[in-house]
Design a protein around this ligand. Structure first.
Ligand code: NAP
Length: 297
């Protein structure tokens, strides 16, 4: 391997320590204990793991964690009633509904029901609108994590060619908006992009958010480029087990890239740290306080 490894776990741990300190100060000086409510519907094993990590990290950063588990058979109106209750609960500053939701529930309606001030995932259309017009607001966690990791390598992203593969509302599009704000030159690629390998080879930084295991190959990458792998894909492994891989063929790409995030241990832990940062900022905003300084953010 020639690329240097971008250790998302270590960067996230540093950011989390700084958030935990800032939370302590906000609680001591203003009597505010930031609270994050996580709503888990059904028993999707991957969702249960994500929710466990999020609730553990909430407690580790000195915030209050509230977990609401609902059965997979819950009706949409019951879930919406819970969100309405959380919207009005002054002890709850952030609300996260773990996706995916069961088929009888339209996730768009659920996302739109969350009060924008408590939308710490940053998925609400109002939040997306603020971001795309460059107005202050909550920034979605995974795109924010990607930007922080890219800046960890480059310092400034100004003038760099950035290629984002994927145009979802939760990763690709907001990531492209953030890159524009950082003055990168941005290309967004997707399933209809012609000659994707050539498009990728333009990138000084390539972000892969596709959901296709190890799709990005070594010869798609300009030598020395930075590669941020957002993908989380579970694939079969030896002995009837399974393992997690990203959207990037790590073994090949790490021979060509200048820096690369691993999966697991790259974007994932940073995403959770950014969720904590968003919850702290939301708690401050809801109490008329400026966001506290957090080093590494
Ligand atoms: P998504 O909603 O399924 O979007 C995937 C995007 O990739 C779409 O825009 C799609 O293009 C594009 N795409 C699919 N196949 C392609 C191909 N063969 N060539 C080029 N583009 C292709 O997925 P998502 O929610 O953005 O998530 C992407 C990945 O990130 C997944 O692996 C997910 O698990 C992971 N993820 C990780 C985190 C984290 O914390 N690390 C957070 C969120 C998501 P079209 O629009 O043309 O269909």
């Amino acid at each position: 391997m020639t690329a240097s490894l971008i250790d998302g776990k270590a960067v996230a741990a540093k950011l989390s320590r700084s958030i935990a300190e800032a939370v302590k100060r906000v609680t001591a000086e203003h009597g505010i204990e930031p609270g994050l409510a996580v709503v888990l519907v059904g028993e999707n094993p991957a969702s249960e793991i994500y929710v466990r990590s999020k609730t553990a990290k909430t407690a580790a950063t000195n915030m209050r964690s509230l977990l609401y588990k609902l059965p997979a058979t819950v009706r949409a109106d019951e879930l919406l009633a819970l969100i309405e209750q959380l919207n009005h609960d002054p002890a709850v500053h952030g609300i996260l509904v773990q996706l995916p939701l069961p088929p009888q529930i339209d996730s768009r309606i659920v996302i739109e029901a969350i009060a924008p001030a408590k939308d710490v995932d940053g998925f609400h259309p109002l939040t997306a609108g603020l971001l795309s017009t460059g107005l202050p607001g909550i920034v979605p966690c995974t795109p924010l994590a990607c930007i922080m990791l890219a800046k960890h390598v480059h310092g400034s992203l100004a003038g760099l060619e950035a290629v984002v593969i994927g145009r979802s509302n939760i990763v690709g599009k907001p990531l492209a908006q953030l890159l524009l704000m950082e003055n990168a030159t941005v290309t967004i690629a997707h399933s209809k992009t012609r000659d994707l390998p050539s498009v990728c080879r333009r990138g000084d930084i390539v972000f892969a958010a596709v959901g296709q295991p190890e799709m990005v190959r070594g010869d798609w990458i300009k030598p020395g480029a930075t590669v941020i792998d957002v993908g989380i894909n579970r694939v079969p492994a030896d002995g009837g087990t399974s393992k997690l891989v990203g959207d990037v063929a790590f073994a090949e790409v790490s021979q060509v890239a200048g820096a690369i995030t691993p999966v697991p241990g790259g974007v994932g832990p940073m995403t959770i740290a950014c969720l904590m940062l968003n919850t702290l900022k939301a708690a401050c905003a809801q109490n008329g306080l400026a966001p506290p300084p957090v080093s590494g953010s």
